[in-house]
Design a protein around this ligand. Sequence first.
Ligand code: GLA
Length: 376
Amino acid sequence: MVRALVFVFLVSAAIAVLAFDRPATKPSLQTQPFGTHNGKAITLYTLTNSHGVEVRAMNYGGIIVSIRVPDRNGQLADVVLGHETLEGYIPNPPYLGAIVGRYANRIANGTFTLDGKTYTLPKNDGPNTLHGGTTRTFDRVVWDGEALKNGVAFTYLSKDGEEGFPGNLRIKVTYTLTEANELMVDYEATTDKATPINVSQHSYFNLAGEGNGDILNHEIMINADRFTPVDKNLIPTGELRPVKGTPLDFTTPTRIGARIDDKYEQLVLGHGYDHNFVINSKPNQNGMKLAARVHEPTSGRSLEVWTTQPGVQFYTGNFLDGSVVGKQGHIYKRRYGFCLETQHFPDSPNHPDFPTTILKPGETFREKTVFKFEAK
Ligand code: GLA
């Protein structure tokens, strides 16, 4: 009798241990040291799910280092441009994979006025400030990383006056991988003085695999009836122009390369696509709007981008010039990657008619973008 009880006890204990040992739910997270920067430890966080999807990100610049997703035959490929080591990202002129801010995209003449005070920012793009300035910008500072069950949270305190911006801005960016092959990017920020804020994820995608040629054969649908045309410095003129009848009409799926070199003034100014599209505002029940859907016919891989943001900058890697040597020695040439940078409109602090980018003390900035991968 006692023996039987002990036996039953041992069996149930073994079952309990086994059940406990098995990961309760996929996805999961692993961490590994990835070097140091300015004496601070950099950690690489690897998120995986049960479909073999794997996302790697690090606390230097909040950079997404790799995204491995299956093609229609289950073959995995890394679909973002980047580097194998931390050193490869220092410097990172194209902002490969990085979080950009405090103000993503351009601020005209590096200046804006807020509550009667004029602020001057460092210029790094002709007369403009691009992606937050020159030195302590979000793409090149060390964030604090916190491992979560199926994701990672990066936090950073951007100090009052840093890169010319007012207020101590506390920002948190969370990457989460789901079983539905979605990479969710959640942004949250607070400030102690009113400040403009515009943050975005600057991954360059090539759904055929990074380094595997240009992206001109990808087909893209952008859910936008209007875009913000730019002047010669790529600053919005203020107009919201219908895409209809222009080479920026992607309301039905179209090859990226079909019209990219048309002599349309906006494409000439952008050297291709480098434009903010006004996302059609019909959110689903979760408050998310479809920004774009991209399909790569050879691999069958596709990417959907959903967001709470009002705009998406579609950039076709026009400034990649072969000077960046990336993963596996791949040379990243012109148009080898495309970006879908969900964000507020460029230069909003100087355009009172655009949706506001001013965050005030007591408010919480919250935005969300989802990158969803499929293959068929
Ligand atoms: C954004 C800009 C582009 C370019 C890239 C980075 O997409 O709009 O013009 O600066 O970032 O090179």
